[in-house]
Design a protein around this ligand. Structure first.
Ligand code: NBP
Length: 480
């Protein structure tokens, strides 16, 4: 046994993570893949890594020093279960199996519970940053027991991305499925952020007639300010790209049907289960669905739009309005995402430190952004903050940005430009700050057709109006 860490699954993510591990002081990395050709290619191409390669599970497990620690990076679902079962039948109490794939956190909770009796630690770990992140430094979100993190933490700290203040982007998120849950919400926020950026681009393009390359300059400029982030940076790169075949901007050649691998939908499904309004994320997921419904889009293509033509007179002023609307909507999306993390932690019994989550998203991952420092500061100042949007910094940002935000949403509606994420974020904000909501009427309707009862503003208790009788009110439950 010579390796302190092993990797199972040597497709792009596993190979890159194994190379990242091997490049760090103190690590000897065992590698294994179901089909040995991948293992042979990896070891042949990277002799410098000093991999301990195996072509059977027996040899792989024998090559690991105790406590045996192996990271699985295979396709999520049944393949992950298959590998866990192979390892678990050979591992001993105290050994650690890490799943770095994009597992559903419910599966992670189940797997952890299944392995507990055998004394094997099972750690579901969110890995963000794609293949480049895996190679050069991902953001890592491990769950599992605190005990497993004692072994795992020091190894993970060597390979994680490093935030601007020198801190590695990894923390023990919480027990069992906490890491995969937080990774799921990370991806949901990523969907919202991407949709908001896409709406901003669409508004500028259709409102000002600027070319994609010119809009790339706008995004590059935005990337020097408070919106600075990986997604804004790559947006400029994508918009600047010219198609070699046609000479047209690449963005005009790419089919406008957005794909999805499911983590955005999971985020929304779980938000629904938890009763947390993540409307920005939901709109982003639905916007992708709508984009892919080609037959309906074609059938609806001649439906009427606004009758007056839209023209922006003050181009610079308009672009600045879009920037502010984007920033305010982004605050809402992140605020909603953190609300889901808080609700998930409560529901599943995880002690999640919100500020630490914001910190480990500052580098390595897809939503890395300057803005995340503000979120970790907000939670550091007030760990029991009820909503990010009310923290002083974000309150000021929204106060400054709300007029442009309203102008942009109103303009988009007038111009017939779909801005589901901008619009729903503003509606959420107005709902959040409303003194009275029409929910009172909904309670009245529910009581009318289903005797669902209501509470009153002026006295405690539960009441029902005899709608089909004399319409007098009866007390269902008095205050004591
Ligand atoms: P894939 O998701 O494409 O999976 C391919 C790997 O799974 C190969 O090593 C394959 O082995 C192995 N595998 C399969 Br399929 N069935 C197996 C089985 N029954 N037993 C053992 N191994 C099996 O690889 P990837 O794109 O590198 O992603 C790995 C994981 O990381 C996934 O869960 C993914 O969702 C997650 N992830 C990916 C990214 C990304 O940017 N790509 C980012 C973050 C997380 P074989 O070679 O023998 O067929």
């Amino acid at each position: 046994a010579t390796a302190n860490i092993g990797v199972v699954g040597l497709a792009v993510m596993g190979s890159n993570l194994a190379r990242n591990l091997a490049g760090r002081e103190g690590n000897t990395v065992a590698v294994f893949n179901r089909h040995p050709d991948r293992t042979r290619t990896l070891t042949a191409e990277h002799p410098e890594a000093g991999f301990v390669a195996s072509e059977s599970y027996d040899d792989f497990v024998a090559s690991l020093a105790r406590p045996r620690t192996a990271i699985i990076l295979v396709k999520a679902g049944a393949p992950t279960d298959a590998v866990i079962s192979e390892l678990a039948s050979r591992f001993e109490p105290g050994d650690i199996i890490v799943d770095g794939g994009n597992a559903n956190f419910h599966d992670t909770i189940r797997r952890e519970a299944d392995l507990k009796a055998s004394g094997i630690h099972f750690v579901g770990m969110g890995v963000s940053g794609g293949e480049e992140g895996a190679l050069h430094g991902p953001s890592l979100m491990p769950g599992g027991t605190a005990q497993s993190y004692e072994t795992l933490g020091p190894i993970l700290r060597t390979i994680a991305a490093v935030a601007p203040d020198g801190e590695p982007c990894v923390t023990h998120v919480g027990t069992d499925g906490a890491g995969h849950f937080v990774k799921m919400v990370h991806n949901g926020i990523e969907y919202a952020d991407m949709q908001l950026i896409a709406e901003a681009y669409d508004l500028i393009r259709r409102g000002t007639g600027k070319s994609p390359a010119e809009i790339a300059d706008v995004f590059a400029e935005w990337n020097t300010g408070e919106l600075e982030s990986y997604l804004i940076e790559i947006t400029a790169e994508v918009l600047r790209q010219v198609d070699a075949e046609t000479g047209a901007p690449l963005v005009d050649v790419i089919l406008d049907e957005a794909g999805a691998k499911g983590t955005g939908a999971w985020t929304v499904q779980n938000a629904l289960d938890l009763g947390v309004p993540t409307s920005g994320i939901a709109e982003a997921v639905f916007a992708r669905s709508l984009s892919s419904r080609r037959a309906q889009r074609e059938a609806a293509a001649d439906l009427p739009g606004p009758e007056t033509e839209w023209k922006v007179d003050d181009v610079d002023g308009f672009i600045e309005d879009v920037r502010q609307a984007l920033y305010a909507s982004k605050i809402v999306a992140y605020s909603q995402g953190f609300d889901e993390i808080i609700a998930g932690a409560e529901q599943f019994g995880w002690d999640i430190h919100k500020g630490d989550i914001a910190k480990i998203w500052r580098a390595g991952c897809i939503i890395r952004a300057r803005f995340l420092n503000r979120i970790s500061d907000a939670y550091a100042e007030d760990p029991s903050l009820v909503a990010l949007a009310v923290a002083p910094y974000f309150r000021d940002a929204i106060t400054g940005g709300q007029a442009p935000w309203r102008r942009i949403v109103a303009t988009a509606a007038q111009a017939g430009i779909p801005t589901p994420a901008f619009s729903s974020s503003l509606a959420y904000y107005d709902g959040l700050r409303a003194d009275r909501l029409p929910a009172a009427l909904i309670q009245g309707q529910r009581d009318f057709f289903g005797a669902h009862t209501y509470r009153r503003v002026d006295k405690p208790g539960v009441f029902h109006t005899l709608w089909s009788g004399d319409r007098s009110e009866i007390t269902i439950e008095s205050s004591n």
